[in-house]
Design a protein around this ligand. Structure first.
Ligand code: PGA
Length: 251
């Protein structure tokens, strides 16, 4: 049995005051012992959220890291080693906003993935197709290529301690959600691709769904055989809503 994971991606939202209030709300959530929960605040607020959640089972992670693991002359970047130093446990790699708006290629994403792992952070590799690609019937090809390029660079062994998030770009922040059947089809294809390389890695891999996950659709999505939790954006900015989504993963 795979242990569900629900991660809240706070993106570039919040102020000290609102982040504190949200983190306090999350710290009051009752987290089912059978699931893992994480929040991913902006870099600036990682440490204060970590402090607020110090006694909580909720882990803290980051939304991105530099492609070089350690310290160096990389103005404006934050390294995986620094994230680990402030208590992060996981980090998103290759979120579609990073791919689209910041031009991250699969090669850069592979370097970030390995940088995260070398510092003891769990990489959460994000993959997903655009609306245009889905309409052209290319969803499985696009996702398979994004995943395949990282496997090719790093080897399947790197995936024995990682998470994959399938996030159709057209469903992110749009209110459109993949139907449970649409999501399941892609999740099953991802698992089959992993199984071609290593059945045991495929079996253990947690594959999260992301894209307008809310309390009202979480139960159905998380009920699908290959959906092992969620990567939640907008709905994670409200502790009550996020708590309800986490309960759906535990049910
Ligand atoms: P959303 O974002 O839940 O607001 O669609 C998900 C994500 O980008 O991780």
């Amino acid at each position: 049995m795979r242990r569900p994971l629900v991660a809240g991606n706070w993106k570039m939202h919040g102020t000290r005051a609102s982040v504190d209030a949200l983190a306090q709300g999350v710290s009051r959530m009752e987290v089912d012992a059978s699931i893992d929960v994480a929040v991913l605040p902006p870099f600036l607020y990682l440490e204060r959220v970590q402090q607020i959640l110090a006694e909580s089972p909720v882990a803290v992670g980051a939304q991105n890291c530099a492609k070089d693991a350690w310290q160096g002359a990389l103005t404006g970047e934050v390294s995986a080693a620094q994230l680990a130093d402030v208590g992060c446990k996981l980090v998103l790699i290759g979120h579609s906003e990073r791919r689209q708006l910041f031009g991250e290629t699969d090669e850069v994403i592979s370097r970030k993935f390995i940088a995260a792992q070398s510092c003891g952070l769990m990489p959460v590799l994000c993959v997903g197709e655009s609306l245009e690609q889905r309409q052209a019937g290319r969803t499985l090809d696009v996702v398979s290529e994004q995943l395949g390029n990282v496997i090719h660079e790093l080897g399947i062994g790197a995936f024995s301690n990682a998470v994959i998030a399938y996030e159709p770009v057209w469903a992110i922040g749009t209110g459109l959600t993949a139907t449970p059947a649409q999501a399941q089809a892609v999740h099953a294809a991802i698992r089959a691709q992993l199984a071609d390389e290593s059945p045991s890695v495929a079996q253990a891999m947690r594959i999260l769904y992301g894209g307008s996950v809310k309390a009202v659709n979480a139960v159905e999505l998380f009920g699908m055989a290959d959906i092992d939790g969620g990567l939640v954006g907008g709905a994670s900015l409200n502790a009550d809503e996020f708590g309800a989504i986490c309960r759906a993963a535990g049910s």
